[in-house]
Design a protein around this ligand. Structure first.
Ligand code: ADQ
Length: 476
């Protein structure tokens, strides 16, 4: 069996796997690696004064974990810079927060070269390589330069922006050309894929076939949609761990007979927390009868604290939460509980179960796994209601949720009212449909679908050559 080499910016595999502590994506990659004898490579999260490329190797079960330290300047230019100050905001429609620094762009190129060099000694001829996310788009191109003809796949976990936005990026042509060094490029939704194909057609005059194979930039690549799922059993009440049951019990005790609305997110401007708080405030304004009887728990774990936009947003959220509690709260009622601590996956499952509704309202999101986890955690006999932004990738699959426009405070307020007053029959009908979707397109379906499709692609360097009299052909 050929080996699988997974590359992502950070390596999520830990000895805790199976203990309920690991997030959705890490669980997916871990499952893929376990079944394919694999290596997981990425940045250690540590810095070293001078880059050495030295790998630290660890073995977790059957999986080899290989990590490399970066220089502080790399972290600044590549991670905080190009990845999180250029590509992330741009791909989430936040041109106002996008920084097009050239130092960032060269740091991005440098770290991708360094990763390719560091990987060099580990790659064997039959290995399949699966590279993840916007941090590492140029990595296949760098590996091809080193002569590797292995099958290489790429999965983008975030949206692909519209052509109008994407063309604001200096060097956009190069970034797109680098996608064509992969054999397979995967997206969560048809919308993200069509944003890229729209660009290819309008900017490069590429003609789209209907077989998913696209010829552009002198290469042939398959572009395809693979919506990521979760493993619903990990969140199901019948499989609840001690920690999960305890978290549910503690949360239920704190309800004091009230209904709870839950929000769980990484603290990120793409998640629409300010708009969500405003929508909840509108609900409180419109429904005085709900005062003292409802509260919202927003768990928002700090992330990317080194990026200025995140610090600013944090300050604004603290202020809005304070305002709502000051305006509406009473001696024994805090309408908005806002916490920044992180929770284990199984604890989250218990907390989800205690909530009558989930308010998951990103302004733009590649998929959003929290929406799926909330549904999977519900008691089938008394399920809560999912309120979901139409701008989450998950909305394409989860049509039985209450779908809202997060920019429309009144619509959010109405959806909250509807969710909290929905009768059991409708709640169960909606939940069953959502749960059937989770079961059909689960986590194994995602990674197996991607790797099976990658395995079907012709192997190697597939430059398209022009042969006199014979048009263009692919070299395999
Ligand atoms: P994120 O933006 O991090 O990832 P999201 O899908 O919201 O994505 O959550 C990922 C995981 O983190 C989930 O398993 C969730 O339980 C966990 N998590 C989130 N907030 C948490 C919190 N406050 N405490 C504890 N755990 C928390 C990117 C894209 C998404 C895409 C994923 C996977 O932005 O759109 O769904 O990758 O492809």
């Amino acid at each position: 069996m050929s080996r699988l080499i997974v590359v992502s910016n950070r390596v999520g595999l830990s000895r805790d796997v199976g203990g309920g502590a690991v997030g959705g994506l890490s669980a997916a990659i871990t499952a893929a690696l376990r079944q394919n004898q694999g290596v997981w490579f990425g940045w250690s999260g540590e810095t070293t004064p001078q880059y050495t490329g030295k790998l630290s190797l660890d073995r977790v079960g059957d999986v080899t974990v290989a990590k490399v330290d970066l220089e502080p300047q790399d972290v600044e230019d590549y991670y905080n810079g190009y990845a999180n100050n250029t590509l992330w905001p741009l791909f989430h429609n936040r041109l106002d927060l996008t920084n097009f620094s050239r130092a960032y762009a060269s740091g991005y190129a440098r770290v991708n070269q360094r990763f390719a060099e560091a990987l060099r000694a580990m790659i064997e001829p039959g290995d399949t390589i699966w590279i993840h996310d916007y941090h590492l788009i140029p990595l296949a191109a760098e590996l091809r330069k080193l002569g590797f003809t292995n099958r290489i796949g790429f999965f983008l976990h975030i949206p692909w922006p519209s052509r109008q936005l994407f063309t604001t990026l200096p060097g956009h042509e190069k970034l797109v050309a680098q996608l064509f060094d992969y054999d397979l490029v995967g997206f969560h939704t048809a919308e993200w894929l069509s944003a890229l194909t729209g660009y290819l057609q309008a900017e490069l005059g590429v003609k789209m076939g209907d077989d998913g194979i696209v010829e552009a930039c002198g290469r042939k690549t398959r572009l395809q949609v693979f919506p990521i799922g979760i493993n619903p059993a990990d969140f199901a009440p019948e499989n609840a761990s001690e920690a999960s049951i305890d978290a549910q019990r503690r949360t239920e005790k704190s309800l004091a007979g009230r209904q709870m609305i839950i929000g769980v997110d990484r603290l990120d401007y793409s998640k629409g927390l300010e708009e969500r708080f405003r929508g909840y405030e509108q609900y409180l304004e419109n429904h005085p009868e709900a005062h003292e009887r409802v509260f919202m728990l927003q768990i928002a774990t700090l992330s990317r604290d080194g990026v200025e936009a995140y610090q600013d947003m944090r300050n604004r959220l603290d202020a809005i939460a304070g305002h709502i509690n000051g305006q509406y709260g009473s001696l024994d009622w805090v309408p908005l509980r806002y916490v920044n601590s992180g929770y284990r996956q199984d604890e989250l499952a218990g907390i989800y179960r205690a909530a009558r509704a989930a308010l998951i309202t990103p302004l733009r999101d590649g998929m959003n796994l929290v929406a799926k986890e909330y549904v999977a955690a519900q008691d089938p006999a008394d399920p809560g209601v999912l309120i979901l932004s139409r701008f989450a990738g998950a909305a394409a699959q989860m049509k039985a949720a209450l779908i809202v426009n997060p920019y429309d405070q009144d619509e959010m307020a109405e959806a909250i009212q509807r969710a909290l007053t929905m009768d059991l029959t409708e709640r169960m009908l909606r939940w069953r449909e959502l749960k059937a979707g989770l079961d059909a397109e689960n986590l194994d379906h995602w990674w197996q679908g991607f790797l099976d499709t990658l395995a079907e692609q012709p192997r190697g360097d597939r430059r398209i050559m022009t042969v006199a009299g014979h048009g263009r052909r692919a070299v395999t």
